[in-house]
Design a protein around this ligand. Structure first.
Ligand code: NI
Length: 137
């Protein structure tokens, strides 16, 4: 890694102990890697808050027997076709489908699409996973 800089951090003992337990649970091999990820997470959140170009994945679970529900979900996706990179449909069991929509674009538009899909009557669960286009870091 180029331009690596070392710096010290002062923390309350209790907070550091809690942090060490947290990073052990999350399988980090050392504090530096954990802190780097926390910093990157903050930058990703900031990109989203500032309405920048970002990427994400919207997951929804629904009952495919409700045909009108599928029509609504497809209609909404066509409305936002310019920001949908790909979508994957998986049949979880006899009734339930999981659809994951990979999106790229302005964060506010992605949130809008995610909100619309999650709010469709009959969608059992929806989640938006936010990430970055990766250009900044
Ligand atoms: Ni299905």
């Amino acid at each position: 890694m180029s331009g690596l800089v070392r710096f010290g951090i002062s923390l309350e003992k209790r907070l550091l102990e809690d942090f060490d337990r947290l990073i052990a649970r999350k399988k980090y091999s050392n504090r530096s890697e954990a802190i780097r990820d926390l910093i990157r997470d903050s930058f990703v959140k900031e990109e989203w808050d500032k309405g920048e170009e970002v990427a994400g994945a919207i997951s929804i679970v629904y009952d495919h027997h409700k045909r009108e529900l599928m029509d609504v979900i497809v209609d909404i996706q066509h409305e936002y076709h310019d920001m949908i990179v790909a979508s994957q449909h998986a049949h979880l069991d006899h009734h339930n489908c999981l659809e994951v929509v990979i999106v790229k674009g302005k964060s506010n538009k992605i949130r809008e699409l995610s909100d619309k899909l999650r709010a469709v009557k009959g969608v059992k669960h929806g989640a938006l996973s936010i990430t970055t286009l990766g250009k900044e870091f």
